[in-house]
Design a protein around this ligand. Structure first.
Ligand SMILES: C[S@@+](CC[C@H](N)C(=O)[O-])C[C@H]1O[C@@H](n2cnc3c(N)ncnc32)[C@H](O)[C@@H]1O
Length: 183
């Protein structure tokens, strides 16, 4: 079976053109940012994190890969992404939780996650996708998963298709919500 991240990426690959505009809403160590930058060689990636260390790691990762000319690294909460991205964008990715290999003190939080996801589904293009990877194995992640389920279930079915992809025999396993804006 495909890994959760592979499934998340397959949702994105279906709707992003080479000159697309995409958002990495949780930059972390930059592996998703690098992946997205390669998906849009003629486009642009806006990547967000609230930790300066994440920007440092991502800048280094992009440099080592000889990539990143099409990436803007932004030190701000994804809840404020619309202050930096004024146009409609093609797709976005949230990989929630804490910086891998960090002390886990800084993690994504229910309130800002809901604000950002709610704004993102409005600003994404028609036919575009927002993918959210949720980690219910820690308390805040469990709460984010529940709050997102409530919010996303109430999105208009005339405007959005919302999917949840989950291994139902492993309750703590990461899972995905994917929201597509209907054509
Ligand atoms: C699981 S990591 C992301 C992994 C990353 N995409 C990668 O490829 O390494 C989650 C990241 O979200 C960041 N984060 C937490 N709250 C945030 C917020 N309000 N806005 C943007 N990023 C946030 C954390 O600092 C952490 O680096």
């Amino acid at each position: 079976m495909k890994s959760i991240l592979e499934v998340a990426k397959s949702f994105l690959e279906d709707c992003i053109p080479p000159d697309g505009i995409v958002c990495d809403f949780t930059m972390g160590n930059g592996s998703d940012t690098l992946y997205l930058s390669k998906l849009v060689p003629d486009g642009k990636v806006y990547a967000f994190d609230i930790q300066p260390l994440a920007l440092e790691h991502t800048r280094q990762r992009l440099q080592e890969a000889g990539a990143g000319e099409n990436v803007e690294l932004i030190l701000d909460s994804h809840a404020n992404f619309d202050c930096h991205v004024s146009q409609v964008f093609d797709a976005g990715m949230f990989n929630l939780g804490y910086l891998p290999t960090s002390d886990r003190i800084v993690t994504t939080k229910v309130e800002s996650t809901l604000t950002a996801v709610t704004k993102a589904v409005e600003q994404v293009k028609v036919g575009g996708v927002i993918v959210v990877v949720v980690y219910p194995g820690h308390e805040e992640g469990r709460r984010e998963g529940e709050a997102l389920m409530e919010t996303l279930s109430s999105l208009s079915s005339k405007r959005f298709d919302v999917t949840c992809y989950r291994l139902i025999n492993i309750p703590d396993c990461p899972f995905i919500y994917a929201i597509e804006k209907r054509k």
